[in-house]
Every structure is written in C-alpha cells, then in structure tokens.
Ligand binder design. Sequence first.
Ligand SMILES: *Cc1c(COP(=O)(O)O)cnc(C)c1O
Length: 419
Amino acid sequence: MSKKMRPESLMMSYGYKPELSEGAVKCPIFQTSTFVFKNAEDGKAFFEVAYGHRSAKEGEEMGLIYSRINNPDLEILENRLTLWDEAEQCAVFESGMSAITTVLLEFLKPGDLILTSSPVYGGTDHFIKKILPKFGIHVAEFRAGQDFESIKLIVEKSGHADKLALVYIETPANPTNDLIDIAASKAIADYFSKGKSERVYLAVDNTYMGPLWQHPLKHGADLVLYSATKYIGGHSDVIAGACLGSHELIGRVKVLRTFLGNMASPNTGWLLLRSLETLKARMDIQSANANKVAEFLNTHPSVERVYFLGNLSEKDGVQYEIKKRQCLSNGGMISFDVKGGEAEAFKVLNALKLIKLAVSLGSTESLAEHPATMTHVDVALSLRQELSITDKMIRLSVGVEHYEDIINDISQALDHISV
Ligand SMILES: *Cc1c(COP(=O)(O)O)cnc(C)c1O
C-alpha cells in the first residue's frame, strides 16, 4: 500500500497481510512466546540478523524468533506508529517509563552529563535525579523561556560540558503548557557535539501533544518518546510506551530492550493497534472540545487564569513564536486557576459529575486532577511556585464527550465556589 496516503487512512491495514492469518480482516493476537522455524538454515539466518552479526540482505525480512525479540502484533504496531512522525523505526514498550528509561540507559554512561528541561514528568524526574546519579551520571536543568546563551551557560557551569551526551526535553510542559523550543535545544546539542566522537543526541517526550499535533523529528530531534498510555492508547485501559527515530538509534534501543526484556506484550500491541484506528478521529474531537472549554473558562468569574495553548497571542512573544512553529493544534490539555486556594479547587473537583477525578490524560473520557497535591506533589514547593503550580490550579484532560456536556459539568461545579 502506498505510503503517500495519510496516516489515518493506513491505520486499519498498513503492514498486515490477511493471507498470513487465515484471511482475518484484523490482525489477531499472536499470543505465543516462540515461533517455529521452517528449517535450521532459517533459524540460523534469523539469529544472525537479530543479534547484529550481519545486516539484512536486500529484501530480507527478519524472521520471527521469540516474543521478547519480535512478535507480529508489535512489528505491525511499530510500523504503523512510524507513519505519524515519519520516523524510520519505532520500538514499543510495556510502559512510557520503560521507553524513557531504556533510552536514558542506552545513550548515557558513567561520567556523562544529561541536560533536561524542567519540569519533566514526575517518573522521569525521579529516574534522572535519583537513579542516574547512582551510575555516576551528572544532571543539568533549564526552564522554558531560557534562551540559547543562558542554556549554554548552564551546561558550561555544570563542569561537565565536555561530557554532555543527551539533551532531554518535554514540551509543552505539564501542567502549565509552557513551551520549550525544540530547534533551540537541537542547537545546544549541536554546539556541544563539536570535537566529540559521538554526537550529542536530542530526545523529546511528545506525550502531551501526541503523534498528531507535534512532530519533534522535523525540528531536529533524534528520538521521540511517548507514553502510549495517553493519546495513543486513548481509552484508559492499557499502559504502554514508544520510542521513534532513525534505524541506527532505534536499532540500539531495541538491542537494549531485548536484554532488559521490557517490550510490550502481544496483547498490549493488539490493543494499541485497535486504538490507532481512531487516533485521528479522537484527537480531532478532543482538540475541538478543548477550544470550546477554554473559551468558556476564559470568561468565567470564578476562574482567575487559564493555561491553554490557544490563549497565546503575539503579546506572548517567544512562546507564541514557538507555538506557531511547533504545534499543529492547541492540544487537549487545559489548566486553570480558580479564585481561592486548595479548598475552592477541591470543592470544584469534588462537584464534577461527568468529568472523572483521576490522573492520566489523553483518553476518551474527560479527567480532572489537582497538580499541586497529586501529579506534582514531589516537585519542591519553591519550584512549584516559580512554575505557577499552586493550590488553586486544576488540570483538565478534555475527552470526546459533547462539549456542551463537559462545559455544563464544569459550570455546575464552579457554582459551588461562586460568590
Ligand atoms: C504518563 C507519562 C509518562 C509515563 O508513562 P507511563 O505509560 O505511565 O509509564 C511519561 N511522560 C509523560 C509526559 C507522561 O504524561
């Protein structure tokens, strides 16, 4: 099938051959741990390629060996996921955290420096600051709004500039929707690559925008990471992760995945294949709904401030410029400050009926949570205040329900604090 068709048109069939599965229109779950070789010669050839003892010959497909190494559900899923980001290759994992930690372990070694944007996802933050230093890896951080020169200075001041190996960013930042400039991060990676035998790589956690609304590889990223638990899975029923990039880099990631054994299961692969069929349809509705919900919040008397990409305008300067360059939509995530503090925010959260009080994001159902005491409780109070993650903030993940029902639910909840 032609690759020129749009990804949403290919999500139902790309990479799957019904004739290999009794004509089944849908890819079955290949719930098997191991695969029968036609003959010993085939088995030998498959292992030669799988273990990198030789590269595949022209037109030679790597045969199925064992489900820790490859499985049809995962291979088809990986091929379909590459279409959205126009990546050469993809590796899927049993969680977003396993995709992220596998990348960190593959591209960092003792003595190296990692530069990260701040804040990043809590689990990622913990791994980078609490686990990586046990292996002698140094950490430097920068914030949204810092320019090339000030980030360069942070790296130089760390005392390990010559050991910078990986720049790791997350944009938009959760929960404030602050944007990090991917191209500027790439410029930092390139600047510190000079004179090094191996280039400094740039990895971007693109979970918050999902594979539709931002394509980091096009802006110079080497690796894109997803918690597929969020938009890609989209139904709050599966934990999974993905990493995309060039054949060379994903090849390295897949070798480490084989030995860590944190690949996704056939069942997870199958669930995600099913989710991908509606990814575009779901995300289109979520983004349209988010625009409507933000419009409502923007003028509500009990709402003090709304953090939404759609609210950026020329007067926001660099943030607006980055948004125009990087983001194809305003996304489906909105945070807002209610007038008051924790008590008022809790009153609103407890009064919601349609919208569920839960962490996670990107799913069909709308979810609300309180970052300061939930997802971001581990962030130091001073940093939280600096980032505007205060007690009055509520984070919303907008789902596919009718937007008027979502708005009516928020409206009746806000009535509980109206004066
Ligand atoms: C949820 C999330 C993760 C972690 O993914 P899991 O699938 O929960 O392991 C990483 N990054 C971001 C931005 C997330 O939202």
